[in-house]
Design a binder for this molecule. Structure first.
Ligand code: GLN
Length: 191
């Protein structure tokens, strides 16, 4: 669990409820013992600065390139995107997902909203999704797959191999299926 900033406590609770053992990561050496990493929601520009200040950005990039399973929500999705649109001046991502993500894509008028999404990969029950100053996936490259779209067709959940990203926050709604889906990737990757 990347614990530089944001709602990592909520994620850690969901993961522990699902039986995972969770370490909070703030230093490069803490990356070594991980089977997977969750990057929480928060503020991606701050997370980026902290990751670089603590010397975590490069080791994280290397871990992602090496196949570490990573799940990013909201700001975490922005961190995983190869390209950030409307980033702060000089903002960098870790990359990994073959997508372009637009920050704060719903504008200040619609800072937050909730909706139900059909996500066949997670079963028939719709996912109740909470969006908070959320990004959208504006472009998907050939290596990335859309898992969920809004009614207007905009992509808000994406998967690419061991990487998973959502614009919204399952960790605050009692929605455990994304984390369970992610933990399955860790089990397969550890084989
Ligand atoms: N707007 C934030 C960012 O740019 C993301 C908001 C969130 O994580 N809830 O990082």
């Amino acid at each position: 669990m990347l614990a530089l900033q944001g709602d990592f406590r909520e994620h850690a609770q969901v993961l522990r409820d699902l039986g995972a053992s969770v370490d909070l990561v703030r230093r490069p050496e803490e990356l070594d013992r991980l089977d997977g990493l969750v990057i929480p929601g928060g503020e991606s520009s701050v997370m980026d600065k902290l990751a670089r200040t603590f010397g975590l950005a490069e080791p994280l990039r290397a871990a992602i390139r090496g196949g570490l399973p990573v799940y990013g929500t909201c700001a975490g999705l922005i961190m995983l995107a190869d390209t950030i649109l409307d980033g702060m001046n000089g903002q960098q991502s870790l990359g990994g997902l073959d997508i372009a993500v637009r920050r704060n894509a719903f504008g200040s008028q619609t800072a937050s909203f909730e909706t139900d999404l059909d996500i066949p990969a997670l079963g028939v029950k719709p996912v109740h999704a909470v969006f908070i100053r959320a990004p959208v996936v504006e472009t998907l490259g050939p290596r990335a797959t859309a898992l969920a779209t809004l009614d207007d067709g905009r992509c808000v959940a994406v998967e690419q191999g061991n990487l998973l990203g959502t614009s919204f926050h399952p960790e605050i709604t009692g929605e455990y299926r994304f984390h369970r889906y992610f933990l399955q990737k860790l089990v397969v990757a550890a084989r």
